[in-house]
Design a protein around this ligand. Structure first.
Ligand SMILES: [Zn+2]
Length: 453
């Protein structure tokens, strides 16, 4: 293994004619996007192919962030037992006044969190969803606590930076949606509309805090009510969102104004994929030109930002980053890109190949040390396999999803032993894993709170 200049010489290509000066170290080039690699090769396909082969020989995976798979055979009865354990524990630990305790692994979370992301709204939604789906016989009437949940969330959210936004994952847009699901009424629907409409003029942000989240809320509300006002609001916000999609050297991208900086995030929570989620979910509401724009943009952006290796394709959290990509989880990296775009109602041969390559990378990287959860844990990564199974009908993906499930069950139990308690959170805790386990049993992926509400 050496420099690109040596490689070019071995390939009988004049190095000075085909390698851009400075692009010498394969260990650095490995972490550059396909577009940058191609530029370094000055368009020589021979050198480009040679570089990819050499890069493929480099050791890849970070053993600090990944753990080996548990070699345990998939058993649906074990998955069901784990769901039952998680649900029973969540119900047993529920406190009418204080909801659930926070977990030490959720940085910054306090006891009694209320959000969809890592608070009571997410746990209550998931418990109700699992019951509706037939995944558990446990039942609990949360309706009497809904008003208190909404009030507590408004108090918590008022202290946060983006308190003016209708926030799906942290604000009352999320808690009101849970109320609408459990106790539908016109006043709640009106309140959701008002909060979603607030995003019409505020900075777009991303799915967690801003306008893409309110677009997704419109999709959920249309499914729950069949009122036409949700489509009208969605169409207005979709036009604004697509207006801000800008062509760049690295394909069409949004620049997120987030946490005090302006960056081109890529993932499904803070970035490009997250902005595409509501456009894909509300596809039928887009105009022909908007559908064409999205269908043309996605393969181009994904190709331009993919970091290729023998183990598959990976993406940085932020476009154009050149350091070592370290995060291979749902919120940042290949798994979340695959989970999002494997639902795309369009495709090109390049996009199909890239999605499979992202799945392969996720598989070879292995389960995550951060635990069993959805946002940055083993369960979340497993959704990439379930989505690929549905898109490709390739037999290899479902067993992989289920292998991650068995490992995630053990990780969840180990964490319970270590901390002496469960982790009560939809995106970062045990109940999210329970939804993933159910989806592994049915083989039908529905990422909670995104694909289904
Ligand atoms: Zn995360």
């Amino acid at each position: 293994m050496g420099s690109c200049v040596e490689l070019a010489e071995r390939l009988h290509v004049a190095a000075d004619g085909n390698i851009v000066p400075g692009c010498y170290d394969l260990r650095i080039l490995r972490h550059r996007s396909t577009a940058i690699l191609a530029r370094c090769c000055r368009g020589s396909p021979t050198v480009f192919a040679g570089i990819l082969i050499e890069i493929a020989r480099l050791p890849m995976f970070d053993t600090v962030r990944h753990v080996p798979l548990h070699v345990v055979e998939w058993r649906a009865a074990d998955a069901q037992a784990a769901i039952d354990d998680i649900v029973a524990d969540a119900l047993a630990q529920f406190d009418q006044a204080r909801f659930w305790p926070a977990h030490p692994q959720d940085d910054g979370a306090r006891d009694g969190e209320t959000s969809i992301y890592f608070g009571a709204a997410g746990v209550i939604w998931a418990l109700d969803y699992l019951s509706r789906a037939g995944a558990t016989r446990h039942a609990y009437d949360f309706v009497p606590v809904l008003d208190r949940l909404i009030d507590a969330n408004r108090r918590q959210f008022a202290k946060l930076d983006y308190h003016a936004h209708g926030s799906l994952l942290f604000g009352d847009l999320g808690t009101l949606l849970v109320a609408m699901r459990l106790r539908p009424d016109a006043a709640t629907a009106d309140a959701i509309h008002e909060r979603a409409r607030a995003n019409n003029t505020l900075p777009i942000r991303e799915l967690m805090w801003g306008l893409p989240g309110s677009m997704l809320a419109c999709v959920f509300m249309s499914e729950m009510t069949s009122e036409t006002r949700w489509r009208e609001l969605y169409v207005k916000q979709a036009a604004r969102l697509l207006d801000e999609l800008a062509d760049t050297e690295l394909g069409p991208l949004w620049t997120q104004d987030l946490y005090g900086s302006h960056q081109q995030w890529l993932g499904p929570v803070h970035g490009y994929a997250g902005n595409m989620v509501p456009l894909i979910r509300g596809w039928a509401w887009l105009g022909d030109d908007q559908q064409a724009r999205v269908a043309e943009a996605v393969p181009r952006t994904l190709m331009a930002n993919a970091v290729q290796s023998a183990h598959g394709a990976q993406w940085h959290p932020v476009a154009g980053r050149t350091g070592e990509p370290r995060l291979w989880q749902h919120c940042h990296g290949a798994p979340g890109m695959v989970t999002t775009f494997a639902d795309a109602p369009f495709g090109t041969p390049e996009l199909e190949a890239l999605l499979v390559a992202g799945g392969e990378f996720t598989w070879h990287a292995g389960p995550l040390t951060k635990g069993s959860n959805l946002c940055h844990g083993t369960g979340g990564n497993g959704y990439a396999f379930l989505k690929l199974h549905r898109r490709t009908r390739d037999e290899r993906w479902l067993p992989r999803a289920r292998a991650f499930a068995m490992t995630a069950i053990e990780q969840c139990r180990e964490a319970r032993r270590q901390y002496g308690r469960g982790r009560y959170s939809l995106w970062t805790g045990d109940i999210g894993l329970a939804v993933y386990l159910w989806d592994c049993m049915t083989g039908e992926p529905r990422f909670p709170g995104v694909d289904v509400f």
